[in-house]
Design a protein around this ligand. Structure first.
Ligand code: RNT
Ligand code: ZN
Length: 409
């Protein structure tokens, strides 16, 4: 890094090399489902559960080989520690019904993780299934339906324990269910009680907390379930608190004017760990690719200024089928990393002192000065240190031509 750059940051009490170190060590969980529009390898059902990947960009990965090949292409251009975020429908070996899964069915994923020196996170897939009845899973009125999903979640946790053991690295198991109603509910509490009881049954399995953390992800609405979501924010916040689970906030799962960045500090005061799905909603939970916008920046600012790296599971959750899916992953991850770098290069101490002193003029002044600092050079230095090229567009274009386009889809 140029001496000049280091000097400029030093004036504000910031060491850019330390900033890089901080970001390098923060694992980012990369969603495998961006690469195939959440089709998965079971291929039995089409996507349901109120989420949608839109767009018809060709060449999407159709199986384990194609998907991991694309993932490797993306990983080449993403610096720092990484995990791959799997969904249960991405079974790689000896496919079984998802309620029966064990680590055996993810054998090749485990090998992939080892070979590429990355971790794994896991998600039971409680959608895209004929056992999703009337848009309900764990909260269903039908005991058989509930039991099916309970079993699926317990087996997801057990599989994750084995994966963690093998990789010698903790796995986050994130439970999200799409349960909700299209029209205003006549009865909310019964469905919520069902969900609560089902979660209790899942937790009857005493998982090893040294291997696995379990998070619960809330939501405000989905397509086809616009009027009521069983697993609301209050529901899961309370449930997580009472059962030592991790609350997971998805940036697209709140009212459009509500900011996840504002929620982080509150959660940090009450929970030892939190989890995030970084995403970009456009007018709804549309899961667009991350941009380096104000909200992403503020989310990353909160993690840095509160020293929350060790307490945060940081993942991405978007799925865009209208552009090259490998580029989508790289662009999203790069924007997240840029936001983390920028946050680490901000003099939070100075800014919070000014706030304490009531010097709001100084805050605005400092914010302007900080914008003038050459954070891009620090980002470029980070890529260089990780042996990663800054430009990826032409490389991925070539990969698209040489590999993806041969798929004929
Ligand atoms: C859906 C949730 C959930 C999913 C993934 C595929 O609204 O955000 O996290 O996007 O599990
Ligand atoms: Zn999510």
């Amino acid at each position: 890094m140029r001496e000049e750059v280091v000097k400029k940051f030093k004036e504000f009490g910031i060491n850019p090399n330390e900033a890089i170190e901080k970001v390098r060590n923060m694992p980012i969980s990369i969603q495998c489902w961006q690469l195939d529009d959440i089709d998965g390898f079971l291929k039995a059902e089409s996507l349901t559960g109120g989420i949608q990947s839109t767009g018809n960009y060709p060449f999407k990965a159709r199986n384990f080989e194609e998907l991991t090949s694309d993932l490797k292409e993306a990983l080449k251009f993403i610096p720092g520690k990484k995990k791959v975020n799997l969904h249960a429908i991405y079974e790689s070996d000896d496919l079984v019904d998802r309620s029966e899964i064990s680590a055996k069915n993810f054998r090749r994923w485990i090998e992939f993780a080892k070979e590429n020196n990355i971790g794994i996170d896991f998600n039971p897939t409680c959608f895209a299934s004929e056992m999703l009845k009337d848009n309900l899973t764990l909260s269903s009125y039908d005991e058989n339906v509930r039991n099916y999903w309970i079993k699926h979640c317990v087996n997801s946790i057990k599989a994750s324990e084995d994966i963690a053991r093998e990789l010698n690295q903790k796995v986050l198991v994130n439970i999200w269910v799409p349960d909700g109603l299209k029209e205003s509910p006549s009865n909310r509490i019964e469905l919520r009680k069902n969900l609560k009881n089902s979660l209790d049954k899942i937790l009857d399995y005493k998982f090893d907390r040294n291997l696995v953390d379990v998070s619960v992800e809330s939501k405000v609405f989905g397509i086809g379930v616009e009027s009521f979501t069983v697993g609301s924010f209050e529901f899961y916040l309370s449930y997580a608190k009472e059962n030592n689970l991790v609350p997971l906030l998805d940036m697209g799962h709140f009212h459009p004017t509500e900011n996840v960045s504002d929620k982080i500090s509150s959660l940090l005061l009450f929970f030892p760990k939190i989890a995030l799905h970084t995403s970009r909603g456009v007018r709804w939970d549309s899961d667009h690719v991350l941009k380096l916008n104000d909200e992403l920046q503020e989310v990353c600012d909160e993690l840095i200024k509160n020293d929350a790296f060790d307490r945060t599971y940081l993942a991405m959750d978007f799925f865009d089928g209208s552009i090259n899916r490998v580029d989508a992953l790289i662009i999203g991850a790069r924007n997240l990393i840029k936001a983390l770098i920028k946050a680490s290069l901000t003099p939070w101490k100075l800014l919070s002192e000014a706030q304490k002193e009531g010097d709001h003029t100084k805050i605005l002044y400092l914010q302007e000065k900080i914008r003038e600092l050459p954070w891009e050079e620090v980002y470029e230095e980070y890529l260089k240190e990780e042996n990663i090229k800054n430009d990826f567009y032409e490389d991925v274009k070539k990969y698209e031509k040489d590999v993806m386009s041969k798929r004929g889809n």
